[in-house]
Design a protein around this ligand. Structure first.
Ligand SMILES: [Zn+2]
Ligand SMILES: [Zn+2]
Length: 261
């Protein structure tokens, strides 16, 4: 006979003593009836003490369940553990370098769980399962763990590469911006050079005109200098002539002056 504990009065009683409510909770018949009485005293519809779902006395049902024997439970546990061990071993067998790192990690966790549940099995029953799981552990250790380590290394490498790639991209963007600025400057410089070239052409023309003017002026100046020199010479000649003339006049006038004295 199988016994169950009432969550209301905490007594351990045979299953036949229990009543099931419509909500799915079950209490011993005594607790269920007492509860209905207590609710009635407060002029309330009875509600489940666990979830407050309403029910009536007519809803109470006996519970029909067949409990498994201890041996059956142990067998079921073993079957479950064996099944899980087989699943995990198969999963690990299918893993290779292309398996996602997440599922490899999960397989390791499952392996650990199965290994723990084996220890709860009866000694005589666990030999097969233990061998199976031991094989899976060795397979994981020899074949999968190094792959996983490689994956981890690759992941780190990719992270580093991404970082340096980002740095390169930012540098290249800076260079592009710099080159754009240089292009702008170059365009400006070319514009300036073009303007300068135009100016030089007009300056040259102007210069030619100025040179011609200078040459003409120089000729004029030379001519003027020459004529000035000639005029000076003439003037000097005239002066000496005048001086001579004055002297002659003086020479002529002196005798007259003497006579007057
Ligand atoms: Zn009870
Ligand atoms: Zn309930």
């Amino acid at each position: 006979m199988n016994h169950v504990k009432c969550t209301s009065c905490l007594e351990v009683l045979p299953l036949e003593a229990f009543r099931l409510l419509t909500c799915g909770h079950a209490f011993c018949n005594t607790c269920a009836l007492n509860w209905i009485e207590a609710c009635r005293d407060q002029a309330k519809r009875p509600t489940c003490p666990a979830c407050r779902h309403t029910f009536s006395k007519n809803d109470l049902r006996p519970v029909y369940i067949t409990f498994a024997t201890v041996g059956e439970v142990a067998q079921a546990k073993e079957d479950m553990t064996k099944g899980k061990a087989k699943d995990v071993a198969e999963k690990i067998g299918l893993m290779d370098a292309t398996s996602p790192a997440k599922s490899v990690e999960r397989a390791a966790v499952e392996l650990e769980k199965v290994a723990q549940s084996i220890s709860s099995l009866d000694g005589s029953q666990q030999a097969d399962t233990r061998d199976l799981i031991l094989g899976a552990v060795l397979e994981f250790k020899d074949r999968i763990a190094p792959l996983y380590a490689e994956v981890a290394v690759n992941r780190d490498r990719i992270k580093e590469l991404k970082k340096s790639n980002a740095a390169l991209e930012s540098n290249s963007r800076k260079l592009e911006a710099g080159s754009a600025r240089l292009n702008e400057k170059l365009t400006e410089a070319l514009d300036t050079a073009e303007e300068a070239a135009v100016q030089i052409v007009s300056l040259r023309a102007e210069n030619r005109i100025l040179q011609q003017q200078t040459e003409k002026l120089e000729t004029d100046v030379a001519y003027l200098n020459q004529s000035l020199a000639e005029k000076k010479k003439e003037a000097l000649e005239w002066r000496s002539r005048v001086t001579k003339f004055k002297k002659n006049v003086m020479d002529l006038t002196i005798p007259f002056q003497r006579k007057r004295l």
